[in-house]
Design a protein around this ligand. Sequence first.
Ligand code: KIV
Length: 272
Amino acid sequence: MSASKKQFSRVTTASLQKMKVQGEKIAMLTAYDYTLAGIIDSAGIDVVLVGDSASNVVAGHETTLPITLDQMVYHAASVVRAVARALVVVDLPFGTYQADSKEALRSAIRIMKESGAHAVKLEGGAEIKESVERIMQAGIPVMGHLGLTPQSIYKFGTYTVRAREEAEAEALVKDAKMLEKLGCFALVLEKIPATLAKTVAAEVQIPIIGIGAGQHVDGQVLVLHDMLGMTQEFSPRFLRRYLNLQEDISNAVAHYTQDVKKGDFPNDQEQY
Ligand code: KIV
């Protein structure tokens, strides 16, 4: 690690807990590569999630299901090399933790050992209890993920808001409490009613990070490519775009192409 990287104190799972207690909101974004991870870390993001959304935004798949453990390790290692301050959390991809808890532990160990990340994230509640337990027994911090869990998209059939019905809402609260009891250090709640997310954030002591879960939670997460406006076809209500990079990049590339074709690039100063 370079001297400049050492000037920051690391965000840890304990820092996130402290932020919840002190009422300081937690800012989390995804990153999948060295360059963007370095930029968002230097800008002060608290948590970098190496999300399996890389399957959509990097690889162009329709869902998160196809991304492999090898591919997640590659993305995670690239991100870890860039990040000096933030906590780096990595999604365990679909099919690497659901079959049994031993496989789940092996998958989590691969992520931690081969990427240098600080924690893993798993989707689901009671059905993955044993996997969460076993991973944590090995000393690996686990972040939970409830609500709209994209790895189960074919069970849900749609990306619409989850847990509007009482039975699903009750099950979600029960799962959140179970994950807290097992020792998860934080929980992502995706696309659920804001009132339900507020209840969960009040009833559990661990930080709740929302995406489409309203403002009464302990932090927020967005997919970086979405909030930078690199993706335009995905426009859920919860998404705030801070830039329109798709347009900016497209204009820059068109400009460069014109310059090359006209013989304006490179000019006298841009050559040896
Ligand atoms: O993979 C991902 O980007 C995620 C976030 C949407 C929370 O899990």
